[in-house]
Design a protein around this ligand. Structure first.
Ligand SMILES: CC(C)(COP(=O)(O)OP(=O)(O)OC[C@H]1O[C@@H](n2cnc3c(N)ncnc32)[C@H](O)[C@@H]1OP(=O)(O)O)[C@@H](O)C(=O)NCCC(=O)NCCS
Length: 429
């Protein structure tokens, strides 16, 4: 008789049965604990892309893709995006609770104490080609942080881990803005700690030594929302990369650099840039149908960028919030007649009415709108994914920290189904 909450696996026409415990979380599907499977049966499981496999326990973020739910530490993203700022969301993700006003002030002050880069690190930028993609620069410079904070750091020490989190959250806007300034040939603008986190980022991006720059509050609020919506997204590809890299005990700055590398791809964080490039390529409303037909053609690799999601199969709650911000920003900045914005709205309308997209549950995702918003804020297309990396850094660090402090943590080591040549001897010479 199977115990309650176990799964029975029958092998070899019932000659062997294996009982596997079923574990329940606080929300979401139960999971079958297969850790005993290999020792008892000599079998592995096969799950490319981890579509049915939970890689860890986590108490940070919860997603229900069918219902369009996203919670950070239990709070719905809709409430956080409308009632908190990014610093409060960072505190929440790292500590599990929202800060009171004293905790928030302390947190913000500590972040401000870490915004500058070591001058030797600033020299790294000069080693890149001017036309290097900002994400290539970010992978290199964030990875290089590990050379500055390695010897004195003990990842088993919670205080050291917290300090790394502060450094990363504080320095990412500086690094992101410098990647941009280097690319356009303007002097680096150093952080100004009188400004809030988001305003400071805009200041480092858009100020020049020649003129006074005052961040526009509409732009700052929209940017803050972009940061909140991208702050964490449970075990996605880049977060899993950070966890996997960190599972060997590697330096956290190097692990975050690995996460940035993974985020760069067009199927992940690169989608917002790819989406804007696609809108530019379509160019005119009259050509939308041609591209919709290409996206539906099995023999054409073209996909509608900004549509579809591995987890959200109903709607992406971040997309709804970003869509709202998109309309607000374009109206307030007087850009509602912008050519690409009108094109995007028409594409959204046509795709949402098309049977192919309806039947495959392909809806616009957050990247579809965030690219349009960033463009309206004056951020160039090539920088979109770097802004995403800056926002996601807090999620990566929170997840890395959770993994390192988990007593069940092991080095990540997937198995494989070998399909190569069986053992053979080399030809006799
Ligand atoms: C996000 C994404 C990688 C999710 O992929 P997934 O869950 O593995 O889903 P699949 O790639 O298996 O796609 C399922 C089906 O929908 C189709 N599909 C998925 N996204 C599509 C898109 N954007 N345009 C056209 N068709 C798409 C696939 O061709 C596939 O069709 P099939 O069942 O006939 O083979 C995928 O939807 C995509 O590439 N989207 C565009 C990139 C993007 O916006 N990424 C940002 C994610 S936040």
């Amino acid at each position: 008789m199977a115990k309650e909450n176990t799964a029975i696996l029958s092998l070899g026409e019932g000659k062997q049965t294996i009982e596997l415990p079923i574990m329940s979380g606080s929300e979401g599907p139960d999971v079958i604990d297969i850790r005993a499977l290999y020792p008892q049966s000599g079998l592995f499981t096969y799950d490319p892309g981890f579509v049915s496999t939970a890689s860890s326990k986590s108490a940070i973020t919860f997603i229900d893709g069918d219902e369009g739910v996203l919670l950070y530490r239990g709070y719905p993203i809709e409430q956080l995006a409308t009632r908190c700022d990014f610093m409060e969301v960072c505190y929440l993700l790292l500590n599990g609770e929202l800060p009171d006003s004293t905790q928030k002030n302390q947190f913000v002050t500590t972040v401000k104490n870490h915004t500058m880069l070591h001058e030797q690190l600033v020299k790294f930028f000069g080693g890149f080609r001017r036309d290097a993609h900002p994400m290539a620069v970010m992978v290199g410079v964030v990875g290089a942080l590990s050379a500055f904070y390695h010897e004195a750091m003990d990842i088993a020490d919670a205080i050291h881990r917290e300090e790394s989190a502060f450094r990363l959250i504080a320095k990412l806007p500086t690094i992101t803005a410098m990647a941009y300034k280097y690319n356009i040939g303007q002097p680096f603008i150093y952080p100004h700690n009188d400004l809030g986190y988001t305003e400071n980022f805009l200041y480092m991006m858009f100020a020049t030594p020649a003129e006074k720059y005052v961040p526009n509050p509409i732009i700052a609020r929209a940017m803050d929302r972009i940061l909140i919506l991208h702050a964490d997204h449970e075990q996605n590809a880049s977060t899993s990369t950070v966890r996997l890299a960190g599972s060997s005990g590697a330096n956290p700055f190097a692990c975050i650099s690995a996460g940035i590398a993974c985020l760069w791809g067009p199927a992940h964080g690169g989608a917002n840039e790819a989406c804007l490039n696609m809108l530019e390529e379509i160019g005119d409303i009259s050509r939308i149908n041609e591209y919709i037909n290409r996206a539906k053609d099995k023999n054409d690799p073209f996909r509608l960028m900004g549509f579809g999601h591995r987890v959200y199969k109903n709607f992406d709650p971040r997309a709804n919030l970003m869509r709202e911000t998109c309309h607000e920003v374009l109206n307030e900045l007087g850009l509602h007649n912008d050519r690409l914005f009108k094109l995007a709205l028409e594409l959204e309308k046509i795709a949402l009415e098309d049977d192919y997209f309806i039947s495959k549950k392909l809806y616009p995702n957050v990247d579809f709108y965030s690219g349009i918003v960033q463009r309206a804020l004056g951020i160039p297309t090539s920088m979109f994914t770097s802004v995403f990396a800056m926002a996601r850094t807090v999620g990566w660090v929170a997840q890395w920290n959770e993994m390192i402090s988990d007593p069940e943590q092991k080095i990540g080591r997937p198995r494989q189904l070998y399909i190569g040549t069986p053992r053979r001897d080399m030809p006799k010479s």
